[in-house]
Design a protein around this ligand. Structure first.
Ligand code: PRX
Length: 653
């Protein structure tokens, strides 16, 4: 397997544990006997969790795995996902409870109750239907964190349309490839978005993306920044003109438990992003179950805040579906954490008395850099559970989070999961688990995960290898949109004999048998918790006319987890590889994929290290990028290449 970086190795020397307080345990949603209960009868356990939802028709079978790896959960069951997230809370007498405390970046606010949410979602559902959108149609959404983005997602769910949210920071090229892949009929966007105190355009990028896009019939535009935008007659509609006048009554129809809910694209090891498909009943069951137990959420009491963007799976499962299914009151914040100042998050926590806060290690490390005195200025005493997601959290950041945000008492849940898993898979349970800084510890009750060696044999305590999921779970992906073969090949072929799902992550058991995640073992980088494939960035670089060849590696970065470092050979070697050329290449990658994929560093080299069969040895490039002694070069076709690269870099060539 890929060797681990020294920083990750350090994770494993951690020995502190933090048992839950008696007071916390006494009131916790989860109890220790959940594990035994789930082990005794997994399907019965999941059936019990599914009872958390409203089913119009009850299922006849919990799991059908006969067509593995294509699972069917709650077979024959029918439900409406939006009804479960909205209407039933109103019907239960909680219409006046705030669902969303929306906080705009410039300081505007909007509180939306469940009753109002029901009206907004119903109006949007009526509007979409008036455009001819029906069950199974695809709707692409590229929007900032405005309430309408959530209304739009739920309205799709309500009418059985399949949404596909594309992160707002993705380029027109990236949006276009996603729109084409799923043949989206409708695209929803905003005029612009607030980012770091400034209004930035959005609609014009969508226009650029959609030039000649054949599947797209309508573009719906939400007014956010008020900036003037070009309108294409016959195609573009303003949200307020289309939606506001609609009836707030809309009868939700029940859909099959396996009805597609959304497609979310994620990077794989090849250049083309994968459209991960999730369906309804199983996904919502696991989203609601994990949100309830992992965050110890109490409806009507807690104020919850997940800082993710709806463009990622965390935003889908832990802003939209899990929390709303559980009748959560939550904060949704539009902007960046340092606008207008570095205490913005803590100010919001104080103002809304946030009690559950879920964020990413990269942001925790950024808060550390900004200084302890910043959170200290605010009253954070409402916080009682803290979560982390997206990448391994280093013990130093974990401890900082506990001391400076959690007043040395709030349990920290380090949650491991993926776009593909749909919901949390490995995590401590607050009130049950004695937490360990840096370890996600144990598969949740009902979930089964193992660390195995090359042959698929489980390793013992203290052993390392690959993380696999050896039993199907309700929130699992149901495929890659339009590419059954890729689905089998990507996740199920590595351990085909055993029938294991291979997650792409390295992992290790410690002496107690707890799981430590060690990062990706494939060509996928994790930059600030975002998955970016090396191949995708390489393709973007070689699409620039000056680049002959490119190799990209993820190098350990103290803040972002990994940073993108690119090695490029310029065409004819005649072109000047100076500062300006490098800047142009960085901008080119941002244009092709999006600013999140901009390489931290681009090094112009004369050669790339390759094996005799022509495979680039990224391991050696990582050594260079991380300023380490270059490792074993004996398998290189030409072993002097590394000397050439190193000396070229030293002389600044
Ligand atoms: O490498 C793992 C890392 O993020 C990958 C999944 O990325 P994505 O599909 O974008 O979903 C991110 C949010 C769920 C995983 O393969 N990862 C995620 N959470 C953790 C993690 N690595 C270590 N510890 C975590 N808690």
């Amino acid at each position: 397997m890929t060797e681990q970086s020294p920083a990750l190795d350090n994770l494993l020397t951690e020995s502190r544990t933090f048992p839950p307080s008696e007071t916390f345990s006494a009131q916790a949603n989860a109890t220790a006997d959940f594990y035994a209960e789930a082990d005794a009868d997994r399907e019965a356990f999941w059936a019990k969790q599914a009872e958390r939802l409203h089913w119009d028709t009850k299922w006849s079978q919990v799991l059908d795995w006969t067509n593995a790896p294509f699972a069917k959960w709650f077979v024959g069951g029918k439900l409406n996902v939006a009804y479960n997230c909205v209407d039933r809370h109103v019907a239960d007498g909680h219409g006046e409870q705030v669902a969303i405390h929306w906080v705009g970046e410039p300081g505007d606010n909007r509180d939306i109750t469940y009753a109002q949410l029901k009206d907004e979602v119903s109006k949007a559902a009526n509007a979409f239907e008036s455009l001819g959108i029906t069950s199974g149609d695809r709707v692409a959404i590229q929007m900032p964190m405005v309430p309408e983005a959530i209304f739009a997602m739920l309205a799709c769910a309500r009418i059985g349309a399949v949404h596909s949210v594309v992160f707002g920071g993705f380029s027109p090229t990236a949006l276009r490839s996603r729109v084409d892949d799923q043949a989206a009929k409708i695209v929803i966007t905003t005029d612009g978005q607030y980012r770091r105190g400034k209004a930035a355009p959005m609609k014009v990028n969508v226009d650029e993306a959609l030039e000649g896009a054949e599947s797209v019939e309508k573009v719906i535009v939400v007014r956010r920044t008020g900036d003037e935008v070009p309108i294409t007659e016959g195609r573009d509609l303003w949200w307020h003109e289309l939606v506001d006048g609609q009836s707030a009554e809309h009868a939700p129809q029940a859909f099959d438990s396996e009805h597609p809910l959304f497609i979310l694209y994620t990077s794989g090891t090849t250049g083309k992003p994968k459209g991960i498909l999730h369906t309804s009943g199983g996904y919502l069951t696991q989203a609601a179950y994990t949100h309830h137990n992992v965050f110890d959420h109490k409806a009507g009491e807690d104020v919850y805040w997940c800082t993710a963007d709806i463009g990622w799976i965390t935003g889908h499962t832990y802003i939209v579906y899990g929390p709303l299914a559980n009748r959560t009151t939550q904060v949704v914040y539009e902007g960046t954490p340092n606008t207008p100042h570095e205490g913005r998050h803590w100010e919001i926590v104080q103002q809304h008395k946030v009690s559950i806060y879920y964020t990413a290690p990269t942001l925790i490390r950024t808060f550390m850099k900004w200084g302890n005195e910043i959170p200290q200025k605010y009253d954070l005493s409402s916080l009682r559970v803290l979560g982390s997601v997206g990448e391994p959290i280093n013990p130093e950041a974990w401890i900082w989070y506990r001391e400076n945000v959690g007043a040395n008492s709030a349990p920290i849940v380090d949650t491991w999961w993926q776009t593909e898993t749909g919901a949390i898979m490995i995590s401590p349970l607050p009130g049950v688990t004695a937490t360990k800084p840096g370890s996600a510890q144990k598969a949740l009750p009902g979930i089964s995960a193992k660390v195995v060696d090359d042959q698929g044999v489980e390793v013992g305590k203290g052993g390392g290898g690959y993380l696999v999921l050896d039993k199907p779970w309700p929130g699992m992906l149901r495929g890659i949109w339009g590419d059954e073969e890729r689905f089998r090949e990507t996740y199920w072929s590595r351990f085909a004999d055993q029938g294991y799902y291979f997650a792409g992550d390295g992992a290790k058991y410690d002496a107690d048998g707890d799981i430590w995640l060690l990062g990706r073992v494939d060509d996928v980088m994790n930059v600030s918790g975002h998955r970016i494939s090396t191949t995708e960035v390489e393709s973007a670089l070689v699409s620039h006319p000056t680049v002959a060849e490119a190799a990209v590696v993820g190098a350990t970065d103290p803040t972002t987890g990994q940073g993108i470092v690119a090695f490029v050979i310029l065409r004819g070697n005649a072109v000047d590889g100076g500062e300006e050329a490098v800047q142009e290449l960085r901008d080119h990658v941002a244009k092709e994929i999006g600013p999140i994929a901009k390489p931290r560093q681009i090094l112009v080299v004369q050669e790339l290290p390759k094996t005799r069969s022509g495979k680039i040895m990224r391991r050696l490039l990582r050594d260079v990028a991380e300023n380490r002694q270059v490792g074993d070069v004996t398998t290189l076709a030409d072993s002097s290449v590394m000397d050439l690269i190193s000396s070229g870099l030293k002389s600044g060539k």
